[in-house]
Design a protein. Structure first.
Length: 145
């Protein structure tokens, strides 16, 4: 990072609120993950709560609106790949939910339950009208309150 005179400037990680790289904005959030088993015990229901005592993460902003879309990125040290998971968050909520699986497809049940305030989008998710999270987010922001 440089100041207005082009001199390098160092900041402590905790002081960085956001930054921009390669045309993408990254926002800092202190997150605490809460995981609960579904009733059948096979799948995880996770929420990432915004919590000042949590761990700092920089989330890649994909789109913002009444329903915002972010990506949580990390390095898989086994194969040195950059991995990510899509997260969504309503403007009024203090948590993010995972919205896609490892193949970047919409988690139908989780997303449908989270967006229960919009029956039209629930029907479209059930009918598999959306393959990707950005499609769900765009539809919600244009057609739901």
């Amino acid at each position: 990072m440089t100041d207005i005179n082009g001199r390098k400037k160092r900041l402590k990680r905790k002081k960085v609120v956001s930054y921009r790289v390669n045309g993408y904005d990254y926002e800092s959030y202190m997150l605490d993950q809460e995981t609960k088993l579904f009733k059948n015990g096979r799948f995880f229901d996770s929420k990432y709560y915004i919590d000042q005592d949590g761990v700092q993460h920089f989330l890649k902003v994909i789109s913002k609106g009444n329903l915002s879309h972010y990506e949580l990125e990390w390095i898989d040290y086994d194969n040195n790949d950059l991995e990510s998971i899509g997260l969504i968050k309503k403007a009024e909520d203090n948590f993010f939910i995972p919205a896609e699986n490892a193949r970047s497809q919409v988690l139908k049940k989780v997303v449908s339950d989270y967006l229960s305030d919009c029956p039209e989008i629930q029907q479209r998710i059930t009918k598999k009208d959306f393959k990707y999270v950005f499609q769900v987010v765009d539809f919600y922001n244009k057609n739901c309150e």
